[in-house]
Design a protein around this ligand. Structure first.
Ligand code: SAH
Length: 353
């Protein structure tokens, strides 16, 4: 018999109806799973024993197996490597900020088809789109761990680890709904951020479905020439079209967009690009997030290195002083637990093939 994920609300409700359990049983199950983090249906004390047994027969709680979990020496980051039931490896990262705020970075695909030149995950190609429950399980595992081991509450999620969220849109959408539904994980929509390399039709869809959520765009260059050289997606969706769609996004949502800009030495960090970036963003609702390039094994052939801090500082100064564009530099907090996005999974996939 095919089992379904307990996170599939529609299936659980259908099952309750077919088995003549009253609808309020759903609220009790929901409460146990998302508020009390019960992992074993037999431990849901509020529902009758026959329902507990039937749930066990018809639904599963979790499919992801934790392969490795590493916390950085400074305790700011915990990276979890999961194995899916179909055998692929994916990662999630918990980032603890000094303010006490915690952010979970989730994967939405195993591997990624976008092939950005600097990205470890991109080297894998697309292995598969994650199921809704595989995304939800990453979120609930982190929320449970933070709650039980650290007395903390997960309040921020970014879809910024492995994969391109807009290419697994329906499952990403369902997982956002689980994260933000009040009776489930109850995160505020604006604290759930989706990051895309710029797939226009899906950005438009995201804008209509989730006008309250936050959007990050991996820009990485202020013109097509440089952008094409590091991000193949720019051939399909060039910058002018992307900016047009992002302008419609801000018009409709009135929300600031986070522009991510990786800093790769000698590739996209020329001072004249700071001016181009400033001109591109100066009249837009924008916040730039500089990400110093994280070196990982395998890119050495491309010869990429990280931009020195002093050049990043100058970029920031140009943006602010000449163009009034605000920016921050994302600290790389996970250096001692394998630097780049997708690196652990990449190693695993590599070693098993
Ligand atoms: N596909 C989505 C989200 C995944 S990547 C996107 O493109 O936005 C999350 C961010 O990490 C992206 O901005 C990506 O470009 C960046 N990134 C990838 N590899 C990196 C590396 N080696 N060093 C620094 N940032 C990297």
């Amino acid at each position: 018999m095919q089992k379904y994920s307990i996170h599939n609300e529609e299936k659980v409700k259908e099952f309750l109806k077919e088995n003549k359990f009253p609808p309020f049983r759903y609220n009790q199950i929901e409460n146990a799973i998302y508020k009390n983090f019960v992992t074993d249906f037999n431990e849901i004390q509020t529902i009758p024993k026959d329902l507990r047994e039937k749930l066990d027969e018809n639904f599963f709680y979790s499919t992801l197996i934790i392969d490795t979990q590493k916390t950085s020496a400074n305790w700011q980051t915990t990276k979890t490597l999961y194995k899916t039931e179909t055998g692929e490896y994916i990662e999630s990262v918990i980032m603890r900020h000094k303010t006490g705020r915690v952010t979970l970075c989730v994967s939405c695909q195993a591997g990624c088809p976008m092939a950005c030149s600097f990205c470890a995950t991109g080297k894998l190609g697309l292995l598969k789109n994650l199921e809704t429950y595989e995304i939800v399980e990453q979120i609930i595992n982190a929320a449970k761990m933070l709650h039980e081991e650290e007395g903390n509450t997960l309040r921020n999620i970014v879809y910024m680890w492995m994969g391109e969220p807009m290419l697994n849109y329906d499952n990403v959408k369902e997982s956002i709904i689980v994260a933000t539904t009040q009776k489930k994980l109850d995160l505020s929509n604006r604290r759930v951020t989706v990051s895309t390399c710029g797939i226009i039709p899906w950005i438009d869809k995201f804008r209509d479905d989730f006008p309250q959520n936050s959007l990050a765009v991996s820009l990485h260059a202020p013109n097509d020439e440089v952008r094409k050289s590091i991000m193949p997606v720019d051939h399909t969706y060039p910058l002018a079209d992307l900016m047009k769609s992002l302008d419609e996004y801000t018009d409709k949502t009135n929300k600031r967009i986070f522009y991510e800009y990786i800093m790769i030495n000698g590739v996209n960090d020329h001072p004249k690009l700071a001016d181009e970036l400033g001109k591109l963003l100066q009249w837009r609702l924008a916040h730039v997030n500089f990400i110093p390039y994280n070196a990982w094994e395998g890119t050495n052939s491309d010869g990429y290195t990280t931009t020195p801090k002093i050049i990043i500082d100058r970029f920031q100064k140009t943006l602010l002083e000449k163009y009034n564009v605000v920016s921050t530099v994302r600290m790389t907090m996970w250096d001692d637990i394998d630097a780049a996005c997708g690196q652990l999974a990449n190693k695993k996939e590599g070693s098993e093939k």
